[in-house]
Design a protein. Sequence first.
Lengths: 370, 299
Amino acid sequence: MRETASDIDGAGLKLRGISKSFGNLQALSRMDLSVPRGELMALLGPSGCGKSTTLRIIAGFEQPDTGKVLIAGKDVVHLPPNRRGLGMVFQDYSLFPHMTVAENVGFGLKIAGLARAEIAKRVREALKLVQLSGRDDYFPTQLSGGQQQRAALARSLIMRPSLLLLDEPLGALDKNLRENMQFELRRIQRTMDITTVMVTHDQEEALTLADRIAVMVDGRVLQVGTPLEVYESPANRVVAEFLGTANIFEGVADRHTIRVALGDRTEVLAAQPELRDGAVLLGIRPEKMWISGERNSRGNAVAGTVIGHVFRGTAHVYEVEVGPNLAPVQVLEQANSRHDTRVYSLGTSVWIGWRPEDAFVFPAEREGRA
Amino acid sequence: MGDGKGATLIGALDAGISVVRRPRRRAIQFVPRSLVLPIVLFLIVFFVLPLAENVFRSFDPETGREHYVKIFTDVYYLEVIAVTLALSLGVTVLCLLIAYPVSYTLVRHSGRWSGVLVFIVIAPLLTSIIMRSFSWLVLLSRQGLVNGVLLDMGLIDRPIRMSAGLLPVTIALVHVMIPFMVLSIAPAIQAINPRLEESARILGASRIRTFLTVTFPLSLDGVATGMILVFMMVNGSFVTLQILGGGAVQTLPLLIYQQFNLTRDFGFGAAMSNVLLAIAIICLWLQISLIQRRGAEAR
């Protein structure tokens, strides 16, 4: 994070109390969001959570029922899309099929009435930035998916927009290309130092690309934070389960101790001193847990039986039953070395556990919407 | 006659488009070749042979190519050809101007009313062309609705004679042809991804610039198809001109009819119908080569 107080006040994007409904469907309810200048913010959520609507409201294709959209401190709600000075890349790239790559990239400048020579010069620069030099006279259909993606990016960036909007930017690419483009996109965004809002349902994409993530569900922002914050300390169960996998246990907090009925143990520690007493949920990521043949002294430990095992190339994932009426616990163990890693077969009695500080805890009443 | 020709031309057009648009793919053989034989025989007997006979008749031994010389040198016939082409062009342009906004609204803004709108557009096709033309005669006659309304509003003192001539012919032909234009243009607009228009908007283009630079160019295939379709159908239209022309608008189909039924100069009539056919073929060729060039550009 590289925000300063003046950045937050001045440039960037601010949404204040945005509501939008379509008929009976409340797509967004009183949504607030701040994106400081130069930051890449990812709106992450399942389909129908309102993230695309948010993007379309920022772009000006939808009017919010209430609220303000402040770009560089100015309310743009009443400006049409063409007067907002934004850049937008759609999931399907939306390159104009009847124009060459150069014509596509130069479209905005031509509309703005720039001289031909100036347009040609800046198109060359933009194509160089996205590594598409020499493809000027190609038609979009002659480009690969990744090249189309970069051409669409160049078409937006050439306008030097104050804000770049990306709608599922890598959604239509295959896996390998997507990983390359993630780095590429990040490099370009950093180079241009351009405030960016990205919409995605792909948690990995959000974690890799974003400076901060806003997790949205049912038209509301549940949590905003850096990828690390959102992943390591989710604000509630929905966020915890949407981002990655989490083992969630019900428990009771009593004077800094959280009691959870687990196997033959009923008392489990978690380091959350600020927590108020009462019913809580305790969550722990599979990769934060250890699995062993014998009782390990590190922190909490529970005995269980292996009831499932998957090998994922980089890791072994186990499902361990820890007690009747309890959901099986997922444990992920890195496959460090071909010879060192012991594989536990189904039915083996094992110990699993975690360090108290690796768990996250939140009050149970927040759970209602899971 | 006009309708028959129209129908075959639509078929030919469709075939032309589908053949040209996917030049690289081979047609999938759904049926054994022998099953195509009956229709080929039918077309040979009732379409190719009569056309061939028509060509022979126009060049009969006594007169040679005299008929064609007459058509292309006599000012009267040249004028008839010019009127035919001008009327076709005028009706085509009017149809385009009216049908484009209708098609756009139909595709982009009608929502749940689209079914109703499509029905309203297509409904005129459910009535025979004679009925539609005759209805205009009734509406535009001395005692008709239009004159009545104009009189009541005090815009005119006495009924205008407008049930015969270029005006009623144009009105009726535009009315008859608009469905074909809409049905050609609407699918072309439908095929344009709205994201393309949104991309143009966010890049700074106003609604009008977006239309001129993105929407309209991308719908040109449909516009070209519609224009050539309507142009050819007006070229060959007969009933409307017969009912509403009042002798003031002479076109090739009317002259051909006169040659066969009144003058009984079959040879000359055949020559004229060949000229009409040649114009239609040129139109078709124009359209196919247009689409081919656009296709080549896009690849």
